[in-house]
Design a binder for this molecule. Structure first.
Ligand code: C2E
Ligand code: MG
Ligand code: MG
Ligand code: MG
Length: 283
């Protein structure tokens, strides 16, 4: 069933009447071929420890070089992949790529860094997650204690007891878990004591107004203090200015990620960073 929806855009409706645009269908079709066609790339954004100024980790962020559409950001295709099983294969490709890259960096003999990989809710709850992760860790030789999985609050509001079980299983392998975009979802604070997280990532929407809006500063400070009282680490996302950095340091934020130090960059550029600017600023 197709229906006109303003202009000359048509929408198709699934059984549950969720609109799917022609554009979405086209992207989904292309996504199915994109892994085999080698159109994806993983970029890495450094995470910097605020006490030492050292790069302590890298977040793996996917990009799609679409043959006609050009460079596509994850916001343009991850939600589409999440609507189907595609996210499983795509997510596994990212995990494999990031772990094998992490292994290479560890082999450089530098202080080992952590690799953080984003996991969709759907990936998190698939029954084969643990065996698949084990297989990836085994085939890449990456030490699981340096792997961090980033989940959003959407994972937490699913089935609480089974999610706790999954997280404990992963933690038993040595894997760390962080909550991405913290403070922007629908979960409640009660989850903070129930789930075995290691790190909270303060969303960039709080960081963005840190120096202009005292309310955002108050929220950020409260998150940091609460996290520390619960023995969690805090990393701030989207740090773009020295002023933001100063406020975060002053409030004992543990680490940051943001354009101030680097955008997400290809592995080869990241390696130059590791070799030459391991410490991004002095104490
Ligand atoms: P995220 O996990 O919260 O990642 C942080 C996003 O903020 C990234 O956008 C990053 O490029 C951007 N960013 C970092 N520093 C700054 C800054 O200083 N200023 C601004 N304005 N932005 C900054 P990106 O790479 O476009 O990714 C967007 C989202 O897509 C991610 O948000 C994550 O939710 C999702 N995503 C990315 N890669 C994957 C993946 O491999 N799997 C899954 N499931 N999701 C992914
Ligand atoms: Mg993330
Ligand atoms: Mg985030
Ligand atoms: Mg996000």
């Amino acid at each position: 069933q197709a229906q006109s929806h303003g202009g000359n855009q048509y929408q198709f409706y699934q059984a549950e009447m969720k609109p799917i645009s022609v554009e979405t269908l086209a992207i989904e079709t292309d996504l199915r071929r994109a892994i085999v066609a080698d159109q994806f790339q993983v970029l890495y954004q450094p995470q910097i420890d605020l006490k030492t100024g050292e790069i302590i980790g890298a977040e793996a962020l996917i990009r799609w070089h679409h043959p006609e559409r050009g460079l596509m950001s994850p916001a343009q295709f991850i939600p589409i992949a999440e609507e189907s099983d595609l996210i499983i294969a795509l997510g596994e490709w990212v995990l494999h790529t990031a772990c094998s890259q992490g292994k290479k960096w560890h082999e450089l003999g530098l202080e080992p860094i952590k690799i953080a990989v984003n996991l969709s809710a759907r990936q998190f709850t698939q029954i084969h997650l643990k065996p698949r992760l084990l297989k990836i860790l085994q085939s890449t030789g990456f030490n699981p204690k340096y792997l961090e999985l980033e989940v959003t609050e959407s994972v937490l509001v699913q089935h609480v007891s089974s999610t706790i079980q999954i997280m404990n299983d992963l933690k038993a392998l040595g894997i760390q878990i962080s909550v991405d975009d913290f403070g922007t979802g629908y979960s409640s604070l009660i989850y903070l004591k129930q789930f075995p997280f290691d790190t909270l990532k303060i969303d960039q929407r709080f960081v963005r107004n840190l120096t202009a809006d005292s309310r955002d500063a108050a929220i950020t400070l409260a998150i940091i203090q609460m996290a520390h009282s619960l023995n969690l680490k805090v990393i701030a996302e989207g740090v773009e200015t020295d002023a933001e950095l100063a406020v975060l340091r002053q409030n004992q934020c543990d680490a940051i990620q943001g354009y101030l130090f680097s955008r997400p960059i290809p592995a080869c550029e990241f390696e130059v960073f590791l070799n030459t600017h391991r410490t991004l600023y002095s104490r």
